[in-house]
Ligand binder design. Structure first.
Ligand code: GLU
Length: 470
């Protein structure tokens, strides 16, 4: 039998970090076992489900490169099937029409509570046959009255729930639409899901779902409930904590490899190993090694992982992602150095690709404003002479590459008996507009020769102004 997992988001928002981790673990488990991975959109809540959210979920999955092998299936396209199963449950005596109103059920709960029992529907219509013909009804599942349900959870271990604690849950509303617990069971059954991986906020649903599987004579899947993710303040991760949408991490400049690697470790470990390639994740991941306790989100660690991947992945690949950010920031990179070369020199200078784009603008765009502090410090009257001399030497170069550029700067310093910095710093400020840049010879080499000479002239105007003012 093929192992089959699924990711079953409700399209009521973007793909958030918790959902992405669930999707990742489901996907990994299927990959590892040569199984299938289904994407199922649980869109039965018509009021809250939106197409924008379906798109956002798929964008997130695609960006993370979590490819589903089947689907996407949409629950709204399966109403006929749910109806069929509900009829089947009615016919087999495993479900019944309940004519109690919501108010009546509230009273039943109150009564049960007053008696010190479990607040639940009292089963009034469970065995009645005197059905009114003119009243609305819901359909309830006949939950077993006795015995226990044991969830053999791969992550949490055995969890035992007594049937007395469970009520006869509604499987079809008065308008005939099926409820979550019914649709999930029908889908997991029809789609031959063998392993249900989901957040532990669903644990209370699981015994109910197991009982429905049994009533249908369907095989019960295995379960793995993942503990929640906490924010840096120890509270459940939510919008308050800043970026929780997967696509927001893209916008903030993280590589998908970094977010995936970060997420795989957020709730699972393999010794003290931190960095996992996709292949390693697939090979080493196992649901049974997932943590039982909640995990805390740690942005510093995510940044660390991101820096690792920016520095170690193929620069040409990182450049594809950088290109997106350049465009996002309105930087036209059609003329200028290859982005892969930018990645090579900037990767260890930034935390994110967004920052990398920001600090690389001068490679592609001219500027008239220079960093005021850097100008004040490095474009002083005394630099006129070295700037003129280095310009002359740079202008004479026929091979515009790091070594001769380095020699030109060095020769200038030697000739004028200055330290390298006294030539290099003003040159750097002139060429890049600021006092920080990667190694100067490489930076200049990546810039066009003509452009560098023009920028030296532009800086000399500032130097002249200061001479005039002094
Ligand atoms: N649609 C449910 C949710 O988004 C998940 C259901 C499941 O995984 O069983 O929370």
């Amino acid at each position: 039998m093929t192992l089959t997992t699924r990711f079953a988001p409700s399209p009521t928002g973007y793909l958030h970090v918790g959902g992405a981790r669930t999707a990742l673990y489901s996907w990994l488990y299927a990959q590892k076992n040569g199984g299938d991975f289904i994407l199922r959109i649980e869109d039965t809540d018509l009021e809250r489900s939106t197409q924008a959210s379906v798109d956002a979920i798929m964008d997130g999955m695609n960006w993370l490169n979590l490819k589903w092998t089947h689907g996407p299936y949409f629950q709204t396209e399966r109403f006929d099937r749910y109806k069929e199963v509900i009829e089947q449950l009615l016919a087999s005596g495993n479900a019944y029409r309940c004519y109690s109103t919501a108010e009546e059920v509230d009273v039943m709960r109150e009564e049960a509570k007053a008696k010190g029992g479990i607040e639940k529907y009292n089963g009034l219509w469970r065995d009645r046959t005197d059905h009114p013909t003119d009243k609305p009804f819901v359909i309830r599942f006949k939950n077993p009255l006795e015995g226990v349900v044991v969830i053999k959870d791969i992550v949490k271990g055995d969890i035992t729930i007594s049937n007395e604690q469970l009520d006869d849950l509604i499987i079809a509303r008065s308008d005939g639409t099926p409820t979550y617990n019914l649709t999930v069971v029908v889908d997991d059954w029809d789609m031959k899901v063998s392993h249900v991986v989901r957040g532990d906020d669903h644990i209370s649903n699981t015994p109910r779902q197991i009982n429905i599987f049994r009533a249908l004579g369907a095989p019960v899947p295995e379960y793995a409930h993942l503990p929640m993710i906490l924010g840096e303040d120890g509270k459940r991760l939510s919008k308050r904590h800043g970026a929780v949408s997967v696509m927001q991490y893209r916008d903030d400049g993280y590589l998908p490899e970094a977010l995936l690697n970060y997420l795989v470790r957020l709730g699972w470990s393999h010794g003290d190993k931190e960095i996992f390639s996709r292949e390693e994740m697939i090979e080493l991941f196992d649901l049974k090694d997932c943590n039982r306790a909640p995990s805390g989100f740690n942005t510093d660690k995510l940044i660390w992982v991101n820096q690792h991947y920016m520095k170690t992945l193929d620069p040409a690949y990182v450049a594809e992602h950088l290109a997106w950010h350049m465009k996002e920031q309105g930087i036209d990179t059609t003329k200028g150095p290859a982005l892969a070369d930018i990645v090579k020199i900037q990767a260890d200078r930034v935390k994110t690709l967004k920052e990398m784009a920001e600090i690389s603008r001068y490679f592609y765009e001219d500027f008239t404003e220079l960093d005021a502090k850097a100008v004040k410090k490095h474009l002083r009257p005394v630099v006129k002479e070295p700037m003129l001399l280095v310009k002359e030497k740079l202008a004479a170069l026929t091979d515009w590459s790091p070594e001769p550029i380095h020699a030109a700067i060095n020769d200038t310093a030697v000739e004028l008996e200055l330290g390298m910095g006294k030539v290099g710093m003003p040159l750097r400020v002139a060429a890049t507009g600021a006092g920080n840049s990667p190694s100067l010879d490489i930076t200049l080499a990546l810039l066009d020769q003509k452009k560098v000479l023009e920028r030296i002239d532009q800086a000399l105007v500032l130097v002249e102004a200061r001479i005039a003012a002094s």
